[in-house]
Design a protein around this ligand. Sequence first.
Ligand SMILES: O=C(CO)[C@H](O)[C@H](O)COP(=O)(O)O
Ligand SMILES: [Co+2]
Length: 210
Amino acid sequence: MKKISIAPSLLAADFSDLKNEVKNIELAGATHLHLDIMDGDFVPNISFGPMVIKAIRPYTNMIFDVHVMVSNPERYIEDIAKAGADSITIHIEATKHIDRAVNLIKSFGCKAAVAINPGTAVSSLDAIIDSLDMVLVMSVNPGFGGQKFIPKALDKIKEIREKYKDIDIEIDGGINNETAILAKSAGANILVAGSYVFSGNYKEKIESLK
Ligand SMILES: O=C(CO)[C@H](O)[C@H](O)COP(=O)(O)O
Ligand SMILES: [Co+2]
C-alpha cells in the first residue's frame, strides 16, 4: 500500500496572513500544500494565480501541488512552474490538447497530473494515464471549498487503483475524518483537505486524516 499524504488546500487559509499560514501548516506536519488556481471561466470562481505561489514559495519546503482549474491551461503552465510548483494538475475537460499540455508540464521538470470532474468517466484518461505521475479524482464539482463529498468518486478511485497499482491517486473535495477513511480504503493516497484542516487545530486535524 502506498504511503498516505495529506495536502491542505490553501483556499481555506486566512488570505490576510498567508506567510504565517504556510509556516504553521508545515509545522503541523503537512508535507504537501494544495494550491487551487481558478479563472472564473472553467469554474465559477476566481482564486489566485502564479504570483501568489511565487510569493509564498520562500517560506516553506512543502511540495507545491498546484491544481489548475483554468480553461486552456497550457497558457499558464510555464508561469506556474517558474513560480515554484512541484506538481501541476490540469483538468481533462479544460483542454483539447491534453497530450501537449502534459508534455509541457514535464518539460519544466514538474510532475504531471490530470484531474477528472464528478461527471467525467475514468475511461477519458485511457489515452494519457501511462504518461502521468498522478490522477486527481474530484469528489466535488470544482470551484469552491466547503462542499459536500460526492461518494461516486470512490468507485472511480477503485477502478483506477485496480488497473494502476503504482500511480498516485489524489482525492479533492469534502474530505474530513469520515470521508478520509472511505477514500483511503478505495485506494487514494493523497488527500486534499481545505475547510476541515483549517477550521481547528491544524496538527490534530492532519493527524486525524492520516
Ligand atoms: O479544488 C478545490 C475546489 O475546487 C479544493 O481543493 C477543495 O474544494 C478543497 O476544499 P474542501 O476540502 O473544503 O472541500
Ligand atoms: Co483542489
